[in-house]
Design a protein around this ligand. Structure first.
Ligand SMILES: *[C@@H]1O[C@H](CO)[C@@H](O)[C@H](O)[C@H]1NC(C)=O
Ligand SMILES: *[C@@H]1O[C@H](CO)[C@@H](O)[C@H](O)[C@H]1NC(C)=O
Ligand SMILES: *[C@@H]1O[C@H](CO)[C@@H](O)[C@H](O)[C@H]1NC(C)=O
Ligand SMILES: *[C@@H]1O[C@H](CO)[C@@H](O)[C@H](O)[C@H]1NC(C)=O
Ligand SMILES: *[C@@H]1O[C@H](CO)[C@@H](O)[C@H](O)[C@H]1NC(C)=O
Ligand SMILES: *[C@@H]1O[C@H](CO)[C@@H](O)[C@H](O)[C@H]1NC(C)=O
Ligand SMILES: *[C@@H]1O[C@H](CO)[C@@H](O)[C@H](O)[C@H]1NC(C)=O
Length: 509
């Protein structure tokens, strides 16, 4: 029945002594291309084991530029936030869709009218917002040394997530008849999902090859690779597409192997373990997740969304080959990473628990290992790690505005820019606002700091995105608030915290 092309992909040869991995593969043989051109930083320079080893981590050159092609509902927000933190702390230039429309560059809109320009004589370093991958366009916008990154998910679990998130049962008008709606759909997908590549224009493909379409697979080709199509033509079309992704992307991460993916990313980029620590973003729980799909129905899905299955199968295979070829006790590093990540979350959660009194410890010291130089996790890092997507977006927009010399009079030069009226009135009401999320900073910062300290630096500040404290720290660290004012404000904040702590002690039985 189904003919898989996958066994055509062959193995990687590893040349660990120079830290380079070269893959050759049957399917793409004879093209003279090596894949990846570039996996560096995974040098196996050690036979010893364990986190306490005195062996140093591999030497390599850090890479800073990333194009992250963010598919929908694949765990991309968590990756995006790792990249946000990395780029934010190093002051890299993010390509930002016009404030505050983070979907502005989606689907086929990676054009100047949809994003803030790069500051004069600089380049973009990071692209993390939704857009459809277009090789030509990406290479016009980003410098040559950009690392291309994406993440994909097992197609059936991806469908379940899409199903839940976009409310597809209602959208497809499937009435409950005792059977799971997703099974009703899968038994006859063409009847319900006519959106993608079947004449009507919608920005995205919901159920059919939706990951591939985000990666640039032409939606109109969907009808040539689906149920009842010409199988030979389908092989040609899907393999041509896979090959492009294979050649263009330095790393295709896999949602099911998230931590392994991050360690591969870390090695590829020559980053430290600290750079990839994370909180999960945008995780949902829903019933469809557990719906059992019988094998014959799954087969229909495989036919319906054929290119996504081929994509997943191919990149899952190359992924594991890469893991096995990585050396330097890769899986040991993954275990160690999970441990440190757990410690980080425990510390950061305890620091932000609604308890104004001091907690201990206030830091976690992570030692040098064979995989990574040591580092310290402290309050400042926790602030960055717990910061959410919207807040990063807001701060990046503030930073871009400063670099572009925008102010309240000229902000409208960049179409779509400028705070919405709601934001302005919000700023006015700032005095009444209490920090919502995080009792560590549970103080009326504005009251303490005064509009003169934070407010006048804000172009896009929006309390729905960041807490006042985030803005305060941001403007201070970026040099817009003087040392003196910042210290004055912090002293008042700490005093307030101490007072509250005493009050709490007094009310204890
Ligand atoms: C950009 O670079 C050009 C050429 O080096 C220089 O003449 C110009 O002043 C620079 N512009 C800015 C804004 O730095
Ligand atoms: C990809 O980008 C190039 C350059 O902007 C453009 O000419 C081309 O039409 C784009 N392709 C698609 C499918 O949008
Ligand atoms: C991915 O590939 C590995 C190694 O071949 C295999 O064990 C695993 O089952 C695959 N994962 C999925 C979700 O298909
Ligand atoms: C880190 O190194 C210090 C000093 O060598 C040691 O006391 C501590 O136990 C180490 N921590 C861990 C987690 O291994
Ligand atoms: C805003 O910026 C423009 C261009 O840099 C400048 O000419 C103008 O004086 C500024 N306006 C204010 C109110 O600062
Ligand atoms: C800010 O003040 C602190 C404490 O007095 C001092 O250690 C630090 O060097 C100052 N930073 C700057 C940039 O002046
Ligand atoms: C209040 O209690 C906390 C522990 O709950 C303690 O660390 C702190 O020192 C106490 N403060 C005072 C003023 O007693």
């Amino acid at each position: 029945m189904l003919r898989y092309c996958h066994q055509a992909f062959a193995a990687c040869a590893v040349i660990t002594t120079v830290g380079t991995i070269i893959c050759s593969h049957g399917l793409f043989k004879g093209t003279g291309q090596s894949y990846p051109r570039r996996l560096m930083g995974a040098v196996d320079n050690s036979q010893s084991s364990g986190a306490t080893s005195s062996i140093r981590w591999p030497k390599c050159k850090e890479r800073r530029r990333v194009a992250f092609v963010k598919n929908h509902k694949v765990g991309g927000d968590t990756v995006k936030n790792i990249l946000n933190r990395y780029g934010y702390t190093r002051k890299l230039n993010f390509l930002l869709p016009h404030p505050f429309v983070a979907s502005m560059t989606y689907p086929y809109s990676l054009y100047p009218e949809f994003y803030l320009p790069v500051p004069p004589n600089q380049t973009f370093d990071m692209l993390v917002y939704h857009t459809v991958y277009n090789r030509t366009r990406f290479r016009q916008v980003l410098p040559k040394d950009t690392v291309y990154l994406t993440i994909i998910r097992e197609p059936l679990s991806h469908l379940k997530s899409i199903w839940n998130y976009y409310g597809l049962q209602n959208r497809f008008l499937i009435r409950s008849n005792g059977e799971h709606a997703i099974l009703t759909f899968l038994n006859n997908p063409e009847k319900y999902d006519k959106s993608c590549g079947h004449g009507r224009h919608v920005p995205y493909c919901l159920t059919q090859n939706s990951m591939s379409v985000d990666l640039g697979f032409p939606a109109q080709n969907n009808k040539r690779v689906t149920l009842g199509c010409d199988r030979e033509e389908r092989e040609v079309i899907s393999q041509t597409f896979l090959r492009k992704i294979h050649d263009d992307f330095h790393l295709v991460m896999i949602t099911e192997y998230f931590d392994e993916s991050l360690v591969l990313l870390k090695r590829l980029m020559c980053w430290t373990l600290q750079d990839i620590l994370y909180y999960k973003a945008n995780v949902r729980h829903y019933a469809t997740k557990r719906t059992r799909i019988p094998p014959d129905v799954r087969q229909i899905h495989n036919e319906w969304s054929y290119v996504d299955y081929a994509l997943y199968h191919h990149f899952n295979q190359t992924f594991w080959r890469r893991v096995h070829a990585a050396g330097n006790d890769f899986l040991g590093e993954v275990r160690y990473f999970r441990r440190v990540n757990h410690q980080m979350r425990e510390l950061c959660d305890s620091l932000s628990r609604p308890n104004p009194c001091p907690v201990s410890p206030t830091t976690v010291v992570v030692n040098d290992t064979r995989w990574s130089p040591g580092f310290t996790i402290d309050r400042d890092f926790c602030l960055l790690a717990k910061r959410d997507l919207d807040c990063y977006y807001s701060l990046q927009a503030e930073r871009a505005a400063k670099a572009l010399k925008l102010n309240h009079s000229n902000i409208h030069l960049y179409g779509g820019g400028g705070p919405r009226p709601a934001v302005i009135s919000q700023l006015k009401r700032w005095t009444e606002t209490e920090s919502r999320k995080d009792a560590m900073y549970d103080v009326k910062v504005h009251k303490l700091s005064g509009k003169d300290v934070v407010g006048r630096h804000c172009l896009y500040c929006n309390l729905a995105n960041c807490r006042p404290f985030d803005y305060l720290t941001h403007f201070y660290k970026d040099g817009h608030i003087s040392n003196d004012s910042y210290r004055t404000v912090m002293r008042r904040i700490n005093q307030k915290i101490a007072e509250r702590c005493n009050m709490k002690n007094l009310t204890l039985p």
